[in-house]
Write a protein that binds this ligand. Structure first.
Ligand code: SF4
Ligand code: SF4
Length: 113
């Protein structure tokens, strides 16, 4: 019997520009009302010395993410992955994504419950 693969999203937030395209793409794909959706781009402000601040973005799926099953069943990439111009997000088998994750810091692997 062949092994069943679990699928997930690998998010490389080092290159996230905070453009919110992933959030908008998900909202459009599933007609989410304002304030709801399968992914949320979080702003993180780090305090630096001398009163300076560093702004970074962390896109992270929510409990509403269905991993775009209607799209992936047809061989299409998830809407958020397709619309991320920075190529921050990768959809795939968890075991492959976990190997990719070891190659650099600032990555998170998300797997739906
Ligand atoms: S995988 Fe699909 S459902 Fe999940 S956040 Fe991306 S666009 Fe939304
Ligand atoms: S589309 Fe890509 S670059 Fe834009 S906020 Fe989402 S993850 Fe970041």
């Amino acid at each position: 019997m062949s092994k069943k693969h679990e699928y997930g999203l690998l998010i490389d937030y080092e290159y996230c520009t905070g453009c919110y395209s992933c959030q908008v793409a998900c909202a459009q794909e599933y007609n989410w009302p304002a304030g709801m959706g399968g992914i949320r781009v979080n702003e993180i402000i780090q305090k630096l010395p001398k009163g300076k601040h560093y702004l970074t973005y962390l896109p992270f799926p929510t409990e509403l993410c269905v991993l775009c099953k209607p799209r992936t069943k047809k061989g299409l990439p998830p809407a958020c992955v397709k619309h991320c111009m920075s190529g921050c997000m990768t959809y795939g088998a968890v075991e492959d994504l976990a190997k990719e994750m070891t190659k650099k810091p600032r990555m998170v692997l998300w797997v739906p419950k």
